[in-house]
Design a protein around this ligand. Structure first.
Ligand SMILES: *[C@@H]1O[C@H](CO)[C@@H](O)[C@H](O)[C@H]1NC(C)=O
Length: 469
């Protein structure tokens, strides 16, 4: 260990002696000095740093023609006051793989500014003031794998911008006012694997937007304004595994909402303020589902027992319940018919049904099969006799559906039926009296009275030839 350190130091010393020997490297030294004068944490004599830290130095302007020593593979200008990046700022930065300009005030980046960063893999530009991703801005970043553009003011993204970054694997655009995406925006991103579109004002996705990105496997569409699951667009991402649709405007998840998303294994549907129901077969087709996270939905009071499909499904043959984890925490569920069969329940490694206003009656008897850890967190809200009791402390015999209540319901139903029949009778009496049959009946009734016998004069008048004139 010590030997290695000594070796390292001596190699570096030899290198710095070489440095001072050559006039070119001498100027390099001066350039390096410029960064040190800006306040960056520069290496001391004999020290080799791979990370050049220029963060939090109050820098509002960068000098021109910066040369970044090849020992550095990471460079940070995070948390400064930069407003723009100019094309001639850097002249050489061959070995830098990570560049961080996040938390500045950058509104403009010249074409080719990053061209000297031939080896750049990570570029962080989040928390700035960019309003566009323009063609030319990323020129030279052929090796870029990660681009962070979150928390800017980006409204427009030109698809040509990414023509020069074909190896991009991760694109973070969260918290930008995009509002909609052009269908061809990812046209050149054939290697894209992760995409963050959280809180970007999206209402829908163009049907073909993910056709050029077949490797996409992580996608966040959380905190947008989708009223329907963009199933068509998502069906073109055949390797999509992790999908976050939390905090959108779904009200009811209907049959087939995820029917072609057979590769999704982790699905987040949390904090859906408007969601009330998950209908039959709404979650059918999620053939690889491992984790279903559907919590903190304050109005969600109904989940169909066939939500994950049924054996008679027209969407997917087998039912598609989650295989590892199920979160249904803090929804508005009072009751639930088991959406999983006994085998599926026992194969889950984690189940969370806590913080729902459970009505503990015979309909929840199936919950007895859940593990103790799960039952400890299920607390009854009603009936009063079981309020605040946890499910693990309740015996199956205490879960009864109240007989009196059943009789009351029955009486109410009968009363309603009687009232309904009465109304129907009254309506039909009125309606019938206006139909030809009704009129005939009424006429016949009238003619049965003696006093309405037709008078002879009237008959005579009918035959009066003068009446025809
Ligand atoms: C930047 O480059 C793009 C294309 O690469 C070009 O259309 C645009 O005009 C350039 N902008 C400037 C200011 O040169």
């Amino acid at each position: 260990m010590l030997l290695a350190l000594v070796l390292c130091l001596s190699v570096h010393l030899a290198y710095s002696i070489n440095n001072t020997a050559s006039p070119f490297l001498n100027s390099l030294h001066q350039r390096k000095q410029m960064l040190c004068e800006l306040g960056c944490k520069c290496p001391e004599t004999g020290q080799i740093l791979t990370f050049l830290d220029c963060s939090r130095r109050g820098i509002s302007n960068l000098p021109t023609s910066l040369l970044i020593d090849s020992t550095f593979n990471s460079l940070s200008f995070k948390s400064n006051h930069l407003e723009s990046l100019k094309v001639n700022t850097f002249t050489r930065a061959d070995e830098v793989q990570e560049l961080d300009f996040s938390l500045n005030m950058i509104a403009k980046i010249d074409n080719y500014t990053f061209a000297p960063f031939m080896s750049l893999v990570h570029l962080r530009l989040s928390h700035n003031r960019l309003s566009q991703v323009t063609p030319g801005m990323l020129n030279g970043l052929w090796n870029l794998r990660l681009l962070e553009l979150g928390h800017n003011f980006i409204e427009r993204i030109s698809f040509q911008s990414f023509q020069v970054t074909p190896n991009l694997q991760e694109l973070r655009l969260q918290y930008n006012p995009l509002f909609n995406l052009p269908e061809n925006v990812f046209r050149y991103l054939h290697h894209l694997e992760k995409l963050d579109l959280k809180d970007t004002g999206l209402v829908l996705l163009p049907d073909n937007v993910f056709r050029p990105t077949p490797r996409l496997h992580w996608l966040s569409l959380a905190m947008n304004a989708f009223e329907n699951v963009p199933e068509e667009a998502l069906s073109h991402a055949p390797h999509l595994e992790i999908l976050d649709l939390s905090e959108n405007d779904f009200t009811i998840l209907v049959e087939g909402a995820f029917r072609r998303l057979s590769s999704v294994s982790v699905l987040y549907l949390n904090n859906l303020k408007k969601l009330t129901r998950i209908e039959r077969e709404a979650l059918a087709g999620l053939e690889k589902l491992k984790t279903f996270s559907c919590s903190y939905n304050p109005k969600l009071s109904y989940i169909d027992e066939n939500a994950f499909g049924s054996i008679h499904s027209n969407i997917s043959k087998p039912r598609t319940p989650p295989r590892e984890m199920l979160y249904l925490r803090q929804n508005a569920l009072r009751t639930l018919k088991s959406p999983l069969d006994a085998k599926s329940w026992s194969s889950l490694s984690f189940v969370d049904l806590a913080d729902n206003p459970w009505k503990c009656d015979c309909k929840l008897n199936w919950m007895m099969q859940l593990t103790k850890e799960t039952k400890v967190n299920i607390k009854c809200d009603t009936p009063l006799s079981l309020r605040s009791r946890t499910f693990d402390s309740i015996d199956s015999s205490e879960l009864h559906c109240n007989g009196n209540w059943a009789i009351a319901t029955f009486a109410l139903v009968v009363a309603c039926m009687v009232a309904f029949a009465a109304v129907m009778l009254a309506v039909s009496a009125v309606v019938c009296s206006r139909t030809p049959v009704g009129l005939y009946v009424r006429a016949k009734q009238q003619f049965s009275y003696d006093k309405v016998q037709p008078k002879t004069e009237t008959v005579d008048l009918e035959w009066d030839p003068s009446a025809d004139m």
